[in-house]
Design a protein around this ligand. Sequence first.
Ligand SMILES: [Fe+2]
Ligand SMILES: [Fe+2]
Length: 137
Amino acid sequence: MDRAAFVDKLNEDLELEYQSIVQYTQHIASLKGAEYLSTLDELAVHVQQELVHALTLARQIDFLGGIPSTRVPAIGELTDARSALEADLKLEEAQLDRYRERVEQAAELSLPDVAGTLAPLLEQTQEHARDLRAALG
Ligand SMILES: [Fe+2]
Ligand SMILES: [Fe+2]
């Protein structure tokens, strides 16, 4: 993988962070059910971290000579709370796989600074997936 392909991957990661922000914003405001109240508080923490993830990715893309994407992927239709949280978990798990790859690729491209900058995203994405798995039981 060359740097240009790596920047393209970072831009796809950025778009998925936009998806997280939009999806969590809708879910935090809309999901109902006493059993999910504490989960909604956790999602409110996640969504703030997703904005930091998006900013981190956008800055790395610019640093590597790319232009940060503004494309937001399509969000699935809202049905019930459980399906919404399952969609959130699926997205977090996909992001976790992607960040694992990205940290390795950055190291392979001799960009340890970029790999180090992405490490907190990897760690927080694992936490988000863990929170959602726990909420879904
Ligand atoms: Fe994120
Ligand atoms: Fe997340």
